[in-house]
Ligand binder design. Sequence first.
Ligand code: PGA
Length: 248
Amino acid sequence: MRRPIIAGNWKMNNTASEGVTLVKAIAPLVTDANCDVVVCVPAIDIPAVSEALKGTNIKLGAENVHFAEKGAYTGEISAAMLLEYGVEYVIIGHSERRQYFAETDETVNKRTLTALKAGLTPIVCIGESLEERETGKTEEVLATQIKDGLKDIEDITKIVIAYEPVWAIGTGKTATAEQANETIAFIRKTVGEMFCPKCADALRIQYGGSMNAGNCKELMAMPEIDGGLIGDASLKAPDFAAIVNFDK
Ligand code: PGA
């Protein structure tokens, strides 16, 4: 059985003090969660949010990590810097990073290997664009992202994959539950062929893209979907808590 994982991705929203207010509102609403609950927050929010999460069942995540251990990388954040504040998860290769910050499967791979080495759990994002879906390239695109982005990983079960169709992110357009389930099954099969079928069975794969309080139950009822990476709906405590409590 794969334990579901619901993670918020705040993106570039919430100052540290706003973030503290938000997690204090979320915490009492999710105490009975039957899943892993994570908030991935802007780097500068990490110290304050980390403090506010003490004694709760919510884990802390970052939105990116650099692949070098340390050095001359102005503006970047290392794994050691995250670990010092109790960060356990890190989003890698989000489509916004790929689109606006020149992230490639190669840099995704480097960041993922560095995160794993440091003991962080990478949430690696993959997904096709609208044009790629409409021209029948979805599987080809995902297979490349998996082959190049996940190569040389020793234990694939130590990562989480977030399948996020780019056309569904922040657009209010969700993939149908069946579409998401089918695509995630393809991802699991591809990972199984690249690593081992048993590992693919144990690997957690989230859906992301306009998941919200209204559609989470249907998505989470799908056998292949092990959780969600939540953008917009993670910024409001009742909405995020409703998703975390999808099974209640
Ligand atoms: P969204 O974002 O829920 O606002 O679509 C999801 C994500 O980008 O991770």
